[in-house]
Design a protein. Structure first.
Length: 61
């Protein structure tokens, strides 16, 4: 693991998002996934990442 966040890749952020989701921390998972989405060049991939980790504070009633 690197100590410089600038060295982290989208895959690193997605791994952390998966870990946080599994640990029951959906908002942190969302934030990490959002950063992963920002780091990919393909808009379709970014949308896919965002769809997998939606903002849990946004109600969709």
């Amino acid at each position: 693991m690197t100590s410089d966040p600038a060295d982290l890749t989208a895959a690193d952020y997605l791994d952390a998002a998966r870990d946080m989701a599994a640990a029951g921390r959906p908002f942190l998972a969302h934030l990490l996934a959002e950063e992963a989405a920002r780091r990919v060049d393909d808009p379709v991939t970014a949308r896919s990442i965002r769809a997998r980790y939606p903002d849990p504070t946004t109600r969709r009633d």
